[in-house]
Design a protein. Structure first.
Length: 81
């Protein structure tokens, strides 16, 4: 028997499908955060978003938003969605 969910995630290019957030990246630059997330989740669509921006409420399994301050540092825990 094989792991159908694991196979599906491999097809989508996800290296670590169980990880959905990166609290350890709060305080690092958006560039560093994007690099780390892409190492752990290849195929991730990273969006860098200023802190007070409006965003759509749709959920996307490949998207990770990085909310940043004026110095381009991550201020909220990045997560899939």
């Amino acid at each position: 028997m094989f792991d159908l969910a694991g196979t599906y995630n491999q097809l989508l290019g996800r290296n670590n499908p169980t990880k959905t957030s990166w609290p350890e990246l709060v305080g690092v630059t958006a560039v560093e955060a994007e690099k780390k997330i892409k190492e752990e989740m290849s195929g991730a669509e990273i969006q860098v978003v200023p802190a007070d921006s409006f965003v759509t409420a749709d959920y996307r399994t490949a998207r990770v938003r990085l909310y940043v301050d004026e110095s381009n540092k991550v201020i909220r825990t990045p997560g899939i969605g």
